[in-house]
Design a protein around this ligand. Structure first.
Ligand SMILES: [Zn+2]
Length: 288
């Protein structure tokens, strides 16, 4: 009798734990995204052309492939430096939804008040790793709407503006000029892991698309994180798309005190903030 009871309890335990893990498997997890931030930081500063960036690229590609996305890279040179955008595709259909982030980090921390630190590379926990981490977590859990494809694109060469005559958004600019397909809607995410998350509407972004996204955020109860007010006009990976007339929104929290400093570290990124962005993107995609 005791043995039967034990077997029954064990069986119930198995069923219970099975159900739990199944629920988390299909939901966006801020904690899992946070692990993807750490994994990128472990490679070191992801400066274009560096071995750290190359290793990060391989890690991103492997993760996307394991999650059953069709992965390709777009390799080119800029100012004699090899750059590589990573493109992951899933789904069939005419509507192509692109979610993008940059995965390079700035070569110098030129916003440091300490002059001695200004030539040090930015670790890029928030500025670089956070957006890419959300894309990787999306690749694990995303459900696609009928009749749509989703492209997750990791841009190289976003964050070296004004260094050695570089511009900003070199990778996304190249991507847009190689594009043969018509994109339906584009969302760029950058610096969205800040522990104190306040994302304002961005002045260059497409108004109608921004309204859609902020509506989803409000329905999820995230109206104190995605605030329905304009604040900044940014130069970022959204501009090359907007210049081609493609509906594009940039999600960014630019009130980040550690921007382009050596203090852009994982302590200032929170799983809860990554969760907000993941939830908004997962739910917005389902409305498309
Ligand atoms: Zn930056």
């Amino acid at each position: 009798m005791r043995t039967i009871k034990f077997v029954l309890l064990f069986f119930l335990f198995l069923i219970g734990s099975g159900c739990r893990s199944q629920t988390t498997e299909h939901n966006f997890s801020g904690e899992s995204a946070y692990q993807y931030v750490q994994a990128q930081l472990d490679f070191g500063a992801r400066i274009p052309g560096s071995s750290a960036l190359l290793s990060t690229s391989h890690y991103i590609q492997d993760t996307l492939t394991q999650n059953n996305w069709q992965v390709e890279t777009q390799d080119f040179h800029f100012m004699d430096v090899p750059l590589s955008n990573i493109i992951a595709k899933k789904g069939e259909g005419e509507k192509i939804i692109l979610i993008g982030a940059h995965y390079d980090t700035r070569a110098v921390a030129d916003q440091e008040s300490d002059i001695d630190l200004q030539s040090t590379a930015v670790p890029g926990a928030n500025d670089g790793a956070s957006g890419s981490a959300v894309l990787l977590e999306l690749s694990r859990v995303l459900e696609l709407p009928a009749g749509a494809q989703v492209w997750l694109v990791f841009f190289d060469g976003e964050d070296q503006g004004h260094l050695n005559d570089w511009g900003w958004s070199v990778g996304s600019d190249y991507f847009v000029h190689q594009l043969n397909e018509k994109l339906y809607k584009v969302i760029i995410i950058d610096m969205i892991g800040d522990e104190d998350l306040h994302i304002y509407q961005e002045k260059n972004s497409t108004t109608t698309l921004m309204t859609e996204i902020w509506q989803v955020a409000a329905e999820l109860g995230y109206d104190s994180q995605l605030i329905p007010e304009y604040k900044y006009a940014m130069i970022d990976d959204h501009l090359p798309f907007l210049n081609q007339g493609i509906d594009t929104v940039l999600l960014i929290d630019f009130d980040y005190p550690y921007w382009h400093t050596t203090h852009d570290t994982i302590e200032h990124v929170s799983p809860a903030s990554l969760q907000v962005i993941g939830d908004v993107l997962v739910n917005w995609i389902l409305t498309q």
